[in-house]
Design a binder for this molecule. Sequence first.
Ligand code: PLP
Length: 367
Amino acid sequence: MRSKGIPEEDLFSFLQSTKLQDKNHRFILSSMCTIPHPVAVRAHALFMETNLGDPGLFPGTASLERTLISRIGTLFHHPDACGYATTGGTESNIQALRIARATAGIASPNVVIPESAHFSFKKACDMIGVEMRSVPLTRDYRVDCERYLESVDANTCCMVGIAGTTEYGMVDPIRSLAAYARKEGIFFHVDAAFGGMVLPFLKGAPEFDFSLPGVMSIAVDPHKMGMSTIPAGCLLLRNEKDLCSLSVDTPYLTVKQEFTLSGTRPGGSVAGALAVLEYLGYEGMAAVVEGCMKNTRRLINGMESYGIRPVVTPDVNVATFKAPESPVPSPWQVSYTRNNHLRIVCMPHVHAGIIEAFLEAIGEQYA
Ligand code: PLP
């Protein structure tokens, strides 16, 4: 570390020039995060110093977290859902699996996940020492229900379904999986980290939430399609007692127990997440989501006009293509799935003008 500090102007000139090394969002087509909504930034700044790890010191901020959970619970057809704000999908998935393992009381438990599951499940299973059983997908990139159920046995502590897969934007057959889990008394977790802020706003979207009685927990990330500042995830539970299964004593804090994974937790991004929902309301969110879906369809049609075929028709705003021979022109930032399919996420910052500019660049390269 420097023995003496540097002048503020020099410091910020250094920070600004370093930030220029980052990619410009104008060209980022590969991310499930986006430029935060201005009200999220403003709310985050207002709550910058708050710490939800000691909620008795910040009762106002803690009430915003409760309101956020209640708003999302209502959106997911369970106004009494409990839960808390996590750092994102990874933490929510880890916590859901910890709950499933704790409540099942099985000596050698396993968790059954679709092959399309986010790699956070690998981390989660590794951390908590449970066997991970990965089930192949059907041709439409949803999990194969029959093979899934064959993988479930008496040692299964948790079944997982994905509502909006990271790579292909598909929703698994959540209704069938949830019904089976309920019949067998197995904890069923839905990873809607991406789709949870998309599907409730789409007409005729596949069911994925607490309206299905077998669904016990849901991960959803406001820092993805919720346009919040980072980090903002949420874990929602049907039953409070399940969340309480994770409680540990916290003797020196203002609350005597906590069930969260992180200790110190930001209030700023929680305020940011709630601010977006309050400011836009259901109609405003639906308009954003409809715009993203429209851009996804336009991108798919435009790419097809150059002979670049989509892999599937996605349920949410993730478009995938049979990858062209030569790479996508710079500076466009796209990604590739594990099957080497070109993947583009039509986030709110990827607006119609950007889609057209990208298609033009693709046209020059491949037409
Ligand atoms: N689950 C799904 C479906 C995701 O798409 C992602 C990230 O893209 C995650 C979980 C992990 O979320 P995070 O990176 O916020 O931990």
